[in-house]
Each structure stands twice: as C-alpha cells, then as structure tokens.
Design a protein around this ligand. Structure first.
Ligand SMILES: NC(=O)C1=CN([C@@H]2O[C@H](COP(=O)(O)OP(=O)(O)OC[C@H]3O[C@@H](n4cnc5c(N)ncnc54)[C@H](OP(=O)(O)O)[C@@H]3O)[C@@H](O)[C@H]2O)C=CC1
Ligand SMILES: CC[C@](O)(C(C)=O)C(=O)O
Ligand SMILES: [Mg+2]
Ligand SMILES: [Mg+2]
Length: 346
C-alpha cells in the first residue's frame, strides 16, 4: 500500500517561519487562505481589485496585489483558474520570486504542459486537494479535511518535501491523508477523473437517465428526484463505506438490478471510450484544445454552458430546490465564471 501520512506524522515548523501568498480567492483560494490562517500560518492573498478582493477583506484576510503578495512571501501558492495562470505568472509572479522561494500549485496542468516554466532557483511543488475548494473549507471548519496529493517538481532548497507536507497539513489534508505523487501523475489522473467519472461521466449519466424517463412519459419531478437528488444520498453511502457500504443499505432488489443492469449501461465500449479520453490527456491533445479554446475567448465553452443551463433537468431542479430550504442552506456561493448561467442559484 502507498504511504499515506496523517496530521501527527507531519512537522510544520518550517512553514510556520514563512509568509504564504495565496494567489486567487476563488474555490480553492479562499479555502487555503482561511484554513492556513486558522492553522496559525502567516497568509497574504494576492488579487486584482474586484469581487474577490472585497470578499477577502470582508473575511479579515490580508490582501495585496499579486505582485506585492508574491514579493512579501517565501511560499507562493497559485490558485488562479488554470487558463489565467501563465499570463499572471509572467507579468506579476515571476518578476517577484526570490531565490529559494517556493512556487506551489494545486494542479500540475501548467507546469506539466509547459505553460509555466519556473526559474531553476526556486522550489516547485504541488499540493492538490482531492475535492472541491468549498468542501476543503467546509470540512476543515467541521474538524475534518479533504485528502491531498503532494508532488515535488524541483527541490532547490532541499526542503521542498517538508514544506509541501506542512502546507498540506495547514489546509487540513492531514486529517484525511496525504499521499506522494508527481506532476505528471496528478495532472493526468485529475483530468481523467473529472472528465470520465466525477464530472463529465456523471453529468452525462444523470442526464441520460433523466431523459430516458421523461421521454418515456414519466414526470420530470420524479425523474429529477430519481436520477439527481438521490444520487447524493447514494454517493454519501459510498463515501462512508465504499460500494459494499452502499449496497448494504439498498434493497436486495436494487442490488440485483445493480449487478445485472449496471454493466449493460457502462460496458466494455464505455471503457474503450475512457481509454481514448485518457490517451488524449496523456498525449496533450486535450490540453492543446483547452488552451486554444481560451485563446479565442471560449466560443464552445460558452455555447455548451448556455445549452446545459437550459436543460429541463436544471429548470425542474431549480424549482424543486427552492422548496427544500435545507438543500439551499447548504449551497456555497458560485464562482464568477459560473455566473453566465441565468437563474443559477447564488
Ligand atoms: N476548484 C477546485 O475545487 C479545484 C481546483 N484545483 C486547482 O486549483 C486552481 C484554482 O482553481 P479554482 O479554485 O477552481 O479557481 P477559481 O476559478 O475559483 O479562481 C477564481 C479566483 O481567481 C481570481 N483571478 C482570476 N483571474 C485573475 C487575474 N488575472 N488576476 C488576479 N486574480 C485573478 C479571481 O478573482 P476575481 O474575483 O478578481 O475574478 C478569483 O479570486 C487551479 O489550478 C485548479 O485546477 C485543484 C483541485 C480542485
Ligand atoms: C473534480 C474536479 C476537480 O478536479 C476537483 C474539484 O478536484 C477540479 O478541477 O475542480
Ligand atoms: Mg481534482
Ligand atoms: Mg481538476
């Protein structure tokens, strides 16, 4: 079994003596900044003036421009959207990095695909939480945490691993488990997971189920509860007890249906498609497409995002969630990039 480190295995003194700049205050940024601060670390958030700047100030965090925050800090964690990182890095981060500083990422995309090329006289590592930023914050506040991977790309000071582990502990990942990886492994597995299973695979599965039921004449509300709402309840059981924990709780009828019908839906052909998705990630085709899409201001991204927001499952879901205050109360503020979606809950 891989070596998984926990809270008490990790020394944090090295990071305690340093200033950490968290660049960005979005999903991951706000979570890292607030968790680190509450763990006793010295944090400054690097931003441009705007919505996040005001929010960070409101939250009582020290805020500066990206250039100033980088110049003040010894450890610089880049938590901007991946597609914005190369430009901000070149203009505001790179010129303010000192020898022996640490340049840190939560995802290896830009370093692995050579969109950010760090100088040779700094440490470069990643601390990648295996969960959404809002949950990195929420679980930390509840005394728990989200697991994280750490990986060292460049160890200029000889202390990169100790720093990476201390950082992971500071954001609460030591409570859930911290595991070593490389930039290549993190980048490729993270992209694959979000595309084939967690986000792309799941949304396609949910929509296909919803459409199958509604096209057969069943009520959209029933289809929504069956194919989307209940998913959380089923996934919570998997999170707590694996597949067997979920199967323990469902009826034997459901379990038999799981065994006989699941493999009819997700089958050998699906796995072949998954292998193609993985190949496109490994050979750089996916990265090339995403970089080009951003260079031309995201025509496809915006069109699909609009179409998706107008899907019947979203319309019926918005109405039903309005009537479930306990679901609304648990919602996190949306990120700015999602606000193009009309009527999306805030
Ligand atoms: N989202 C997640 O849960 C996960 C993300 N990651 C990785 O973490 C990193 C951050 O992702 P995520 O948290 O989703 O990012 P977000 O999209 O949530 O980041 C938005 C933040 O970046 C700021 N920002 C955007 N552009 C600029 C700019 N040009 N100058 C200064 N600030 C800017 C925004 O400020 P403003 O309000 O001014 O626009 C806002 O504070 C990525 O590498 C991602 O792959 C890793 C694991 C999970
Ligand atoms: C699953 C999506 C993710 O990789 C994440 C929350 O871990 C992301 O990039 O947001
Ligand atoms: Mg991920
Ligand atoms: Mg990701």
């Amino acid at each position: 079994m891989a070596k998984v480190l926990y809270h008490n295995d990790i020394q944090e003194d090295l990071l305690k003596g340093k200033k950490v700049a968290v660049i960005g205050y979005g999903s991951q940024g706000h979570a890292h900044a607030l968790n680190l601060k509450e763990s006793g670390f010295d944090v400054v958030v690097g931003l441009r003036k705007g919505k996040s700047w005001d929010k960070a100030k409101e939250d009582g965090v020290q805020v500066a421009t990206v250039a100033e925050a980088t110049a003040q800090a010894e450890v610089v964690m880049v938590l901007l959207p991946d597609e914005h990182q190369p430009k901000v890095y070149e203009e505001s981060i790179k010129p303010n990095l000192d020898e022996g500083n640490a340049l840190v990422f939560a995802h290896g995309f830009n370093v692995h695909f050579n969109q950010v090329v760090p100088p040779s006289n700094v440490d470069v590592f990643l601390v990648a939480p295996k969960g959404p930023g809002h949950l990195v914050r929420r679980t930390y506040s509840e005394g728990a945490g989200v697991p994280a991977l750490y990986g060292i790309e460049q160890d200029y000071t000889g202390q990169a691993k100790e720093l990476a582990l201390a950082y992971a502990k500071g954001i609460g990942a030591g409570r859930a488990g911290v595991l070593e990886t490389s930039f290549q492994e993190e980048t490729e597995t993270d992209l694959f997971g979000e595309q084939a299973v967690l986000c792309g695979g799941l949304t396609s599965l949910v929509k296909a189920g919803f459409e199958t039921l509604t096209e057969a004449g069943y009520q959209p509300e029933v289809a929504y509860f069956e194919c989307l709402h209940e998913l959380k309840l089923i996934v919570d059981l998997m999170y707590e007890g694996g597949l067997e924990g979920m199967r323990y709780s469902i009826s034997d009828t459901a379990q038999w249906g799981d065994f006989v019908s699941g493999p009819r839906v997700v089958n050998a052909e699906t796995k072949e498609r998954m292998k193609e998705v993985l190949s496109d990630i490994q050979n750089g085709e996916f990265a090339k497409g995403w970089i080009l899409e951003n260079q031309v201001n995201r025509p496809q991204f915006n069109a699909v995002n609009k179409r998706e927001s107008e899907h019947q499952i979203e319309k019926v879901g918005r109405e039903l969630r309005e009537l479930m205050p306990f679901v609304k109360a648990a919602q996190q503020p949306k990120k700015s990039k999602k606000e193009v979606v009309s009527n999306a809950p805030r």
